[in-house]
Each structure stands twice: as C-alpha cells, then as structure tokens.
Design a protein around this ligand. Structure first.
Ligand code: AMP
Ligand code: MG
Length: 492
C-alpha cells in the first residue's frame, strides 16, 4: 500500500487538444472535513487507508493542491436531456484530476464532483450538496457489491459553506473513480458541433485507452459501437434484475464503458411497480423503471448517430451498419435479463419458455405491490412451512400465487437439483439488503448533524448485500410509511 506521493498520476484526457476541456481555477472549499472514506476503493489504487488522515489528502481531493502528475480539467460534452438536444453541457461542477496507474496495469481516473464552477457551469454554482454526494457514494458502492458495473466512490469531503437549493444546505465534494468518465454526450458534442476531426480523435482516444483490442479490427469504430451496445444491454439487464431505477437517463449520463454513472434521483424498488418513477421532476415518466431498456436503446441510437461519419464514408452504408448493430440490442438485453431473472428463480439453466414463468410472477407481484427484494430473498424457502404463509400473504389472491408456485415447482423438478444447492445459489443472487431510499435518508439526516456513523454503518452493510447480517435485520424490513413522503428530484 502506497503513500499519496507514491501514486503515479497522469492525465491522458488533459493531453487531448484544448477543444476537449477547460482548466478552471481552483475554487475555495473552506475548512474541509472528512465525511466518508472507502478503503475498498482506496485499495484499487493501492492507497494506504491512513493516508486519508493527512492534510495533503484533503488538499489534493478538494482541488486545492494537486499532487504530482495531476492536471485538473473539466470535460466538454453535450447531450439529449429528456429527449431534447443540448449542444453544450460539460462538467459544470466536476474536475478530472488524472488517472492513477497501478502496478498491475489498471488505470483509474479520479474525478471530483462538486469542486466549483467551470466554463461549463451555465450560471449554476458548481457545487454539490452533502445530501447528493452521500446518495451517490452509497449507491455506487452498493451497486458494485450487487455486481452491477458502476463508477466507484473514494471519499466525501465536506465544508460548512452554504449551498442554496430548495433549502440552504452545505457543500461537499465526492471523489469518484472509473477507468473513464467519457459519455455518449462527449461524442454528440463533436459530431453535432461540426468537428469531424475531433470526433475521430475522441474515438481513437477511447479505443486506444479503453478498447485496445478493437484497434486491430477491420472496422474499429463499428466494433466500438457494437461493444458499447452489448455492454449497455448487459448493464440495463442488471439494473432491471436488481430493481434499480436511474432516474435521469440523459445521453450525458450514459457511460461509454457501460457503467452506471451520475447517480442523482435514482431509486431501488420497494414494492414491485413496473411504472415506478423515482425522479420527482420526471412528470411524464420518461425514465420510469420499465422504460429503461427502451430509453437505453434510444440513447444508443443517439450515440450511433454521432458515430455515423466514422462508420462508413458513404452515409447510407453507415446508417445500415448502425441499424444492424442497434437491432441486436433487444435480443441481447432480453437474453441477459432472462438469464438473470432465471437465476433469481434458482434455475440452473434458463430457457426461452421460462420467460412465461418469470412474467407471470412479475404480473402477480405488480398486482399486489409485493416488495421486490424481500420476495425474491424469501422465495428460495417456499418449501419451508415457516416461510410459505408469509410468501402467500404478500399476494392479494394467494390462490393465483399457489397456481404459479405449482408450475414453478414442476419446472424446478425438471432440473432435478438438490433444494439446498438451489437455495444457496438463490441467496447468492437475491440480495437481502438494498439501499432503500429511506435508509439513505436516515444516514443523510444524521450526517447533516455531523454524525457520520450511520453513513459508515450503511456502507459496511451494503458491502455484503447477500450475507445474513443478523444484527442488521431491521435494515431488511419493509420501508416505514414515511418513506413514501421522500421526494428526490434533479436538485443536487
Ligand atoms: P446532471 O443532471 O447532474 O447530470 O447534470 C447535468 C448538467 O448540469 C451537467 O453538465 C452538470 O455538470 C451540470 N450541473 C448540474 N448541477 C450543477 C451545478 N450545481 N453547478 C454547475 N453545473 C451543474
Ligand atoms: Mg450528469
């Protein structure tokens, strides 16, 4: 494990021409204090956890005093926000410090979120509030532990500096990590802004750094598009299977590595409601839970459109290529999703016919607003006379569930596996603990009083979502009634 000064930083994105970024002045961040620190993320870059107590750590990760090799830049990008194209967005409150190169050859790009205004702030303050940094910190680590590709979170640093939202809050900076923070919108910016040479430069940069294996292919740009489509199909299948709603699937919030990025008004399902809208600003439900696969396709179509000039010199031929790749998305998504849902049901192998069994169950769950996480966690024990009554009681018409259960049992019998082995597999894919909104809210309320103990407790809990943690049983309960009153919006 290394000292701060031993981390090898370079910023390859900052080496791209000026058109790609801004180099804002460091903004003040008065009297910073540490709110959270994640040893697991620190280990990825080989940073010794004790280093987090040093003033140099706080100075570097509030953007005040860069470490050797850091070159803070804000990235430029555009994006479709709620379906409307915005020709220039960019990091309005974020700074990429650079990549840490690990001895094992991995590269982690470190980014500050909430570090102050940049050329891309569009009149906003460049800040993030403590509440939103905690939400992102907890969610990204929870998602990672659930096996969902995501950006990671290293630390949160707070300041009592006031930040004005619907109410006065305080400022915080989240340090997040990903191999790259490039978005679909990064390509859209250069494509629609009329910079074809820059578009190619960005594609070459991304391929060289993140998809080097594609550089050898006949059509590397097409292979890149295909790969992003496949990774996104896998990502969204995982979101749907764990019951995660992102809330703001704008193209500037879509990662070219297929990671979950930019956690804002997200939500994990409590009751199974296909049309669940987690974002209070999303009046029409564009980003409702069950719309996510469709929206992902739409966003990929925006990426494909941006990449068109690189796909083929003849535009019509490029369009045909893009269409062919996009046409495969639905099949890729469906097969991933069916496999993941089949695993939740404890099927060793999922077949096409299982779709009917899965969809009938989800239909019943929706009809009775059954708690998504608790139900799947308990389902593995349906044989057990201590558990079955609770499972049945979750349904308004238990007889309909009984009928489903009969078919389910028949299907399981066909596999001929031992119940104990099946149960063990089910417990390994159906989490006991997810980041319910109200749990995050309780940690936030305490943190706003400078008590960070609940935040740390939640972080530890969510690192092991599949493990029974008997002393934490209360965190697996149904949400309290007040949970419905929590409103999350884009304000962060
Ligand atoms: P988001 O909805 O957080 O993904 O942000 C959309 C765009 O608004 C991005 O370009 C952000 O950088 C920018 N943005 C969001 N909040 C702020 C803020 N407080 N100050 C400056 N820019 C912001
Ligand atoms: Mg964003």
């Amino acid at each position: 494990m290394h000292k701060l000064e031993d981390l090898k930083f370079i910023n390859s994105y900052a080496r791209l021409p000026e058109a790609f970024h801004d180099r804002p002045m460091p903004a003040p961040f008065p009297q910073p204090y540490r709110v959270a620190f994640n040893e697991k993320a620190a280990a990825l870059i080989g940073l010794h956890p004790e280093e987090a107590s040093r003033a140099e750590f706080v100075n570097a990760f509030t953007g005040q005093v860069p470490l050797t090799g850091m070159e803070p830049v804000s990235m430029i990008y555009a994006g479709h926000q709620f379906g409307v194209y915005v020709p220039q967005l960019g990091d309005g409150r974020a700074l990429v410090l650079g990549e840490v190169q690990t001895p094992e050859g991995a590269r982690w790009e470190l980014q500050l979120k909430g570090s102050g205004p940049t050329r891309f702030s569009r009149g906003a303050d460049g800040r993030a509030v403590l509440r939103s940094t905690i939400r992102e910190y907890l969610a990204s680590e929870a998602m990672h532990a659930l096996g969902v590709p995501t950006t990671r979170a290293l630390t949160i640093l707070g300041s009592d500096m006031p930040v004005y939202r619907e109410r006065v809050e305080t400022a915080a900076i989240l340090v997040r990590m990903a191999p790259s923070h490039v978005r679909f919108g990064s390509f859209e910016y250069f494509a629609h802004g009329g910079y074809p040479a820059r578009l190619k430069e960005l594609a070459d940069y991304v391929i060289a750094h993140h998809y080097p294996e594609l550089a050898e292919r006949d059509q590397p740009y097409f292979a890149f598009l295909e790969t992003v489509i496949r990774r996104t199909a896998d990502l969204i299948a995982r979101w749907q299977a764990v019951g995660f709603a992102h809330g703001v699937m704008n193209t500037d919030n879509m990662s070219i590595l297929g990671l979950t990025i930019d956690y804002g008004p997200y939500g994990f399902l409590d009751a199974y409601q296909p049309g669940f809208i987690c974002n209070h600003s999303d009046h029409r439900g564009r980003y409702a839970f069950d719309q996510q696969p469709r929206i992902a396709w739409w966003n990929l179509a925006c990426l494909a459109q941006a990449l068109l000039p690189l796909l083929h010199e003849d535009e019509a031929a490029g369009v045909e290529l893009a269409k062919a790749a996009l046409d495969r998305f639905n099949g890729q998504f469906a097969s991933r999703w069916t496999a993941l849902m089949g695993a939740k049901l404890g099927l060793a192998e999922t077949r096409r016919e299982d779709l009917d069994l899965i969809e009938r169950l989800l239909g019943l769950m929706a009809g009775s607003a059954v708690d998504y996480t608790r139900f799947f966690r308990a389902l593995g024990r349906f044989h057990d006379p201590d558990w079955l009554p609770d499972l049945r009681a979750a349904f308004r018409e238990p007889e309909a569930f009984d009928a489903w259960l009969t078919d389910y049992q028949a299907r399981l019998a066909g596999e001929g596996r031992e119940d104990t082995a099946r149960l063990a597999d089910m417990l390994a894919v159906n989490p006991k603990y997810v980041l319910r909104n109200y749990l995050a809210q309780m940690a936030i309320a305490k943190a706003e009083q400078k008590d960070f103990s609940e935040l740390e407790r939640l972080q530890r809990l969510l690192e092991r979502p599949f493990d029974e943690q008997p002393e934490m049983e209360a965190y697996a309960a149904l949400p309290p009634d007040w949970a419905e009153e929590i409103a999350v919006s884009c304000s962060s």
